[in-house]
Design a binder for this molecule. Sequence first.
Ligand code: CTP
Ligand code: MG
Length: 180
Amino acid sequence: MVISLVAGALWAMLPAYVPNNVAVLAGGGRPIDAGRTVGGRRLLGDGKTWRGTAAGTLAGVALALVLNAVRPSVATAFGVSLPSFPLRAAVGLALGAMLGDIGASLLKRRIGRERGAAVPGLDQLDFVGGALLLTLLLAPSWTLSTFTPARLVVVLVATPLLHVVTNAGAYLLGLKTEPW
Ligand code: CTP
Ligand code: MG
């Protein structure tokens, strides 16, 4: 019961979790804001690039398709119920995660935080907010039936923990310049 709840919640969010990590690996090149500044501060900063955003989004969508393919066997093997992803939901989760993270950078630059500065809470949940919002727009009924209140609670509790652990890991591996 609890296992099924946690498994279902994390499974539903996987296409939103992966884009940020892929962006870290694939990032670089032209920044989205092309160096533009607003009031002396960068619009987004060098940490938001076209390449990272595109690679992250594609990876999230591709992962959703892989999850769709393996879902029946995984669900049977572990005796849990897992959601499948219509394409619109996959795009919503992956692109929404990237847009949420970009939105947070926009906000961080406006409040004077330089690229890489940590804003606890925002850093861990920006992509969840973006993913849920865009998915709600692109696939409303799928989103409402997939993200039940119980699953949402699991997502809001587990995501910050997972985020902290994976980013600390990426930092220790030398893939990221800050541990958040
Ligand atoms: N990245 C990217 N494009 C994105 C998101 C991330 O290229 N849309 C890459 C960048 O190389 C970035 C790294 O992933 O430096 C880490 O991402 P993140 O922590 O989100 O960016 P920061 O550099 O910390 O910048 P910010 O303060 O704006 O979050
Ligand atoms: Mg950062």
